[in-house]
Design a protein. Structure first.
Length: 327
C-alpha cells in the first residue's frame, strides 16, 4: 500500500514539473524581486538547454551557448534550502484567515549553473522569481482523525501565494474522474478566486482541462499570453476525482506585469523570426519546431524559447530548447 501511495505522489510531482537562487558575504536578505532593470545585452544571444535523451549531440547546435550560463532555469540550475532568521515562527493566514500556516524554510535558485557553490568561493543567487518561502499547517480530519498536511508557498518578500497542496484520500487518486469538464472548470476558478482577483485571472486564457498520468487527478490550466505569444506564466489547479482541490501552482504569477510593456509585438516577431532562421541554418535532419514561448532568466531578462526535435546520424530522435534574447 505504501509503495502505491509513493508511486502516485512521484507521478503527480513529475507531471507538475513537466507542465507548470559559499560565502555569506554576498548573500542578501533581498533575494527576490518582481521588477527588473531595463538594461539588456546589445548583442543577439542564441542559447540551448538539453531536452530528454539529448546527451552527446550538443556539437550540432553551432553558435548556441548554454542556457544555464545565462540563468535560464531550463538549463537545470540548482537551488538550496535556507532558513531565514527573520521568518522563523512567522505565520501566514491565507483564504480569508480561515487557516494559519507556520514558516518552515525557503528554496533559493542559484543565479546560473556556474554559481552552485561547488568549489567556488562565493554563492550567488537569482533575483527574479527565484526564492520561495514555505509554510505548513497540520489539519485533523474530523471524520477519519487523520492528520492532513497542508502547505503553501509565497514568493519571498511578497504576499504572492504561488503554491498550495493538501492531502486527499488514496481512493480518490485511484478512481476514474467522471466529473464534467464545465464543473471542473468552475471548481478550479472558484478556488483560484480565493487567492487572486477576477481582474488578475482575466490576464490569462480560459482554463483548459488536462488529465494527468494519475487516474484520479486532473488539472485546469490558465496560460498567459503577451501579444499573441505564450509565456511561462500560468496557473494550474489540480482536482481529484472526488472533487477536492489537491494542488494550486502559480510559481510565476505576476511575473510579466513589469515586463509586458517592453515586450512589444514588433520585438517578439523580430526575435521569433531570427531564432527560427538560425534553427533552419543548422540543417538538422527531420527538424521539427514547436510553439514559441516567452521565458525569463534569474535576473529578469526576457528570452524567446522554441522546442526543437531532430534525428541524429545514429538514428535516434532527440530534443532541445533553443532561445534568443528579446531586444
Amino acid at each position: 500500500m505504501k509503495k502505491t501511495v509513493s508511486l502516485i505522489l512521484v507521478l503527480i510531482m513529475l507531471f507538475i514539473c513537466i507542465t507548470a537562487c559559499s560565502t555569506k558575504a554576498e548573500e542578501s536578505t533581498d533575494d527576490n524581486k518582481t521588477s527588473v532593470d531595463n538594461t539588456h545585452p546589445i548583442d543577439i544571444i542564441f542559447l540551448y538547454a538539453a531536452g530528454e535523451a539529448s546527451e552527446g549531440s550538443e556539437d550540432l547546435l553551432i553558435g548556441f551557448g548554454q542556457a544555464g550560463d545565462y540563468g535560464i532555469n531550463d538549463g537545470w540550475i540548482d537551488s538550496e534550502l535556507k532558513i531565514y532568521t527573520e521568518l522563523k515562527d512567522k505565520l501566514k493566514t491565507p483564504f480569508d484567515g480561515s487557516k494559519t500556516f507556520v514558516y518552515t524554510g525557503s528554496d533559493r535558485t542559484y543565479r546560473n549553473i556556474n554559481t552552485r557553490g561547488y568549489g567556488y568561493t562565493s554563492v550567488r543567487f537569482g533575483k527574479f522569481y527565484c526564492t520561495y518561502d514555505e509554510y505548513i499547517e497540520i489539519v485533523t480530519d474530523e471524520h477519519t482523525d487523520i492528520n492532513m498536511l497542508e502547505v503553501v508557498r509565497y514568493l519571498h518578500g511578497t504576499d504572492i501565494l504561488t503554491y498550495y497542496r493538501r492531502s486527499v484520500s488514496e481512493e480518490a487518486l485511484q478512481t476514474e474522474i467522471t466529473i464534467e469538464e464545465d464543473v471542473l472548470k468552475k471548481t478550479a476558478e472558484g478556488f483560484a478566486l480565493k487567492i487572486i482577483s477576477k481582474e488578475d485571472l482575466s490576464k490569462y486564457a480560459d482554463g483548459q482541462v488536462t488529465y494527468t498520468p494519475v487516474k484520479g487527478l486532473c488539472s485546469v490550466n490558465y496560460d498567459r499570453y503577451i501579444n499573441g505569444y505564450l509565456t511561462d506564466e500560468s496557473i494550474s489547479v489540480y482536482i481529484a476525482s472526488n472533487g477536492e482541490i489537491m494542488y494550486y501552482s502559480a510559481p510565476f504569477f505576476g511575473k510579466y506585469d513589469t515586463l509586458e510593456a517592453e515586450l512589444t509585438k514588433e520585438k517578439l516577431d523580430k526575435a521569433n523570426k531570427k531564432l527560427r532562421n538560425k534553427i533552419e541554418e543548422l540543417r538538422l535532419t527531420n527538424l521539427s519546431m514547436g510553439i514559441s514561448r516567452v521565458v525569463t532568466s534569474t535576473s529578469g531578462e526576457a528570452f524567446l524559447r522554441i522546442p526543437i526535435e531532430y534525428d541524429t546520424d545514429e538514428g535516434s530522435r532527440i530534443g532541445y530548447y533553443v532561445y534568443i534574447n528579446i531586444q
